[in-house]
Design a protein around this ligand. Structure first.
Ligand code: ZN
Length: 182
């Protein structure tokens, strides 16, 4: 008797659940139908727009395509050069009490420029008056701080080459990474 009752209740329960499920489904369909039709309409208009023939002159289409392609290439190159192990990121070095800068390159720079470590003014190169002990001597001085930042035996080419040799050493040993912010 009890099992019969349970069976009946169970059937009733299932029926109620089925009805509720059906109602829920109908409610959802009612809700989704406008959404679906909106999505469909939007897609149709977008597709019609994309497939429409443009009245632009060909030269304009070419110019715009070329500009877009160049922008993509530039972006890709920038990403490639800014990767962590790229020496393109290494274009500044503090050495011999001077801040040296050069144009970013994949290899060694052809020349470097010295900057004052205190005020960042570009330093002025001068040949010092020769004497017996120092027949060839140069200096880099800062006009803003009125101070000499570097004195060195040799000439401008020697100074340039010495800094580039240091850059070369840092690049070969991998120590350049210590001079680049992460
Ligand atoms: Zn200075």
């Amino acid at each position: 008797m009890a099992s019969e009752k349970d069976g009946l209740l169970g059937a009733l329960g299932k029926g109620a659940a089925g009805a509720a499920g059906g109602a829920l489904f109908l409610w959802f369909s009612g809700l989704l139908k406008p959404l679906w039709s909106w999505l469909h309409q939007t897609w149709l208009s977008l597709w019609t727009h994309l497939m429409a023939q443009s009245s632009w002159p060909n030269w304009l289409a070419y110019v715009i395509s070329l500009a877009a392609a160049l922008a993509c290439l530039r972006w890709a190159r920038r990403q490639w050069r800014s990767r962590k192990d790229s020496t393109w990121r290494f274009h500044q070095l503090s050495f011999l009490g001077v801040l040296w800068r050069w144009l970013p390159t994949s290899g060694l720079p052809s020349h470097v420029s010295g900057y004052c470590p205190a005020c960042d003014t570009r330093l002025v190169y001068e040949t010092l008056v020769p004497n017996f002990d120092h027949p060839r001597r140069i200096a880099l001085h800062c006009e803003t701080c009125s101070s000499v930042r570097l004195r060195m035996e040799g000439n401008l080419d020697y100074m340039n080459a010495r800094v580039i040799r240091e850059i070369d050493r840092l690049q070969r040993t991998g120590e350049w990474k210590q001079h680049v912010p992460d």
